[in-house]
Each structure stands twice: as C-alpha cells, then as structure tokens.
Design a protein around this ligand. Sequence first.
Ligand code: TYM
Length: 339
Amino acid sequence: MRIVSGIQPTGNLHLGNYLGAIRNWVAMQNDAAASGGECFFFLADLHAISMPHDPAALSANTREMTAALVACGVDPDKSTLFNQTQVPAHAELQWLLNGTARMGWLSRMTQFKDKAGKNRDSVSVALYTYPVLQAADVLLYQATHVPVGEDQKQHLELARDIAQKFNNDFCPEDKPLFVQPAPIIPPEAARIMSLRDGSNKMSKSDPSDMSRINLTDDADTIMSKVKKAKTDPEPLPSEIEGLEGRPEARNLVGIYAVMAGVSQAQVLADFGGKGFGAFKPALGELLVEKLSPINARFNDLRHDRDALDAILRKGAQKARAAAAPTLAAAYDALGLLRG
Ligand code: TYM
C-alpha cells in the first residue's frame, strides 16, 4: 500500500483540511506503519503559484504548514514529509504527462471553472494545468490510496484517466507503468462548510477569517467564531430529516459529531429541541478541547526554523529516491534519450 497526499501551503490549516484529509493521513500513517505500507505527504508549493501570491509569504507558510501537519500527528519518522519543490521529479513528470492529458479533460475540471470564473483569458496557464501536476504527484510514487476531501475527487479521477491513457499508449499490455490511485474520502467529513455560508465549503481562500476555524486559533477565537457562526432561528430538530434545507445547522451538527466521535443522530438526540444558544457553546468547548493540544504543539514547533528545514530536507531525500525509478521509466517509455 502506497499512500500519497498533499496540501497547498497557502494560509492556515483549517478544520475542513483537518477533518476532510489530515485526520485520515494520520490514521493511515499509523495503520501503514503496522502493515508495511508507506506514506508520502507533501506541501504542494508548486500548486500554490497557480494563483497570485506573495513569495515571502509562500516560503514562510510552507514552514508553518509543516509545523501544523506535525502538530496534527504526521510523524516524519513514520511518513515521508516533504516540500514538492525539493523533489524536481514532480515538475518533470508533469511535463511528460502534459503530452497525455487532453484539453477537453482539463476544461471540465470544476475547480478550474470556479477559480477562473469569467476571466479565463487572464488566469495563469498553471491554474489550467494544475490537475496534471496533481496527477504527477501521485503517479510518481505508484500511489494506491490518496486520502483527500470531496473537492479533490475529480482531480483524482483525472489522474486515473491519465495513468490509463499513458499505460495504453506507451507501455506493453502486460507491463503498465502507472498504478491507478483510489481516492479515500471520509464519508462523514468529506465537505466541511463555511461558518458564514452553509452553501460554500470552508476554504483557505475565503477573505473572511470568520468563515473558518484555523487549527492555529486560540480558545477565545474559536469560541467567538462559533458564537458568530451563521444559523437559522429554529431550535435543532430531533431527527436527521429535520436538517433538510438547513445547511448551516447541518454543518455544525456534522462538525460536532465527527469531533465527538458520535453519530449525527446521537447529537440530535442530545440537543434536539434546544436552540443554538445552548448548542454553540457546547460545540465551541468541544472544539477547544480537541484542538488545544494541536495548537500547543504547533506553537512549540512553528518558530524552530532549523528543525522544520531539517524535517523537509530528510523527507525530500527519501522522496527523491522513491520517485527516481518511475520518472526514469516514464522518460524511457516516451523514447526520450537521457544518455
Ligand atoms: P487543499 O490544499 O485545498 O486542501 C488540502 C486537503 O484538505 C481537503 N479539504 C477539505 N475537506 C473537507 N472539507 C473542506 N472544506 C475542505 N477543504 C479542503 C482537500 O480535499 C485536500 O484533501 N490540490 C490539492 C493539493 C494537492 C494534492 C495533490 C492532494 C496537490 N497535489 C496530490 C492529493 C494528491 C489542494 O489544493 O488541496
């Protein structure tokens, strides 16, 4: 089992990232250690330059996000934790796969359509070819499993299509080069929504910091964000069906359930008939209780630049070695003369 996943080092790690992906990274890392599987987790800094960005902030965020991942439980001794830029094979394989990916496939990517909006002619070429880099990220390591939130499912399907077409076009039938990776999406936290608008996902790029809980937020900030979260005036229902048409209530109940490790039905059995005046403080306290150890570890690590750089250096060394055979085989399959 090869487990590979990445996160863009833009902004802070938030509750959506944590519940949708990082929690699974840690669980899979611990299972893999017991079963002989291998995990590769990386900061997708090359992806981050597809949108306008501040270079000084990007390198600082790359270190901060590394500290946040370690604080969440990603263990650099169990998993290979690295920064994408330090493994040039990602960018190299992307170029090779650009010959296989089709314009029509990329034009259908909903994330591109959302991010580009009506300004298609003025967004970067990188935003368009971003999913090909993402395919390279996972195919390079022969990933079998890719733990992600729901919003990355379409990109993973594209990676599978690229793998299949490359194998068909350039490999003997009995010797395909690329493995088709399977997305691993947590059913109960696949899509955590914004605290300000239950129809938008919680996101690093939302201009309002009140829309998300950052894993770096202190207790007062968490309590105040939950208190100010958008809700409706009705009390909570006693049955799941009563959440229909109430996206903000559904989101908060969903967050409570995964954080407490209970079913949504149980949350409603406990809070049904009560108003948000009672539910929100309980949710805030639960979040503070679960997130404060992560927050404390993050604050210990975040300023230790040498230790963070050493983690990334060691991870990159391991990742470069793991990536080399597949990259070499891809060059050979395409007939590119390396000497
Ligand atoms: P990114 O940086 O936007 O998000 C990192 C991970 O968090 C998940 N996620 C969420 N899950 C549930 N609810 C939310 N509101 C929410 N917001 C984010 C994402 O699904 C993701 O798993 N393109 C990727 C990074 C990437 C990658 C890869 C992932 C680059 N190469 C290869 C997997 C494999 C991205 O921008 O994720």
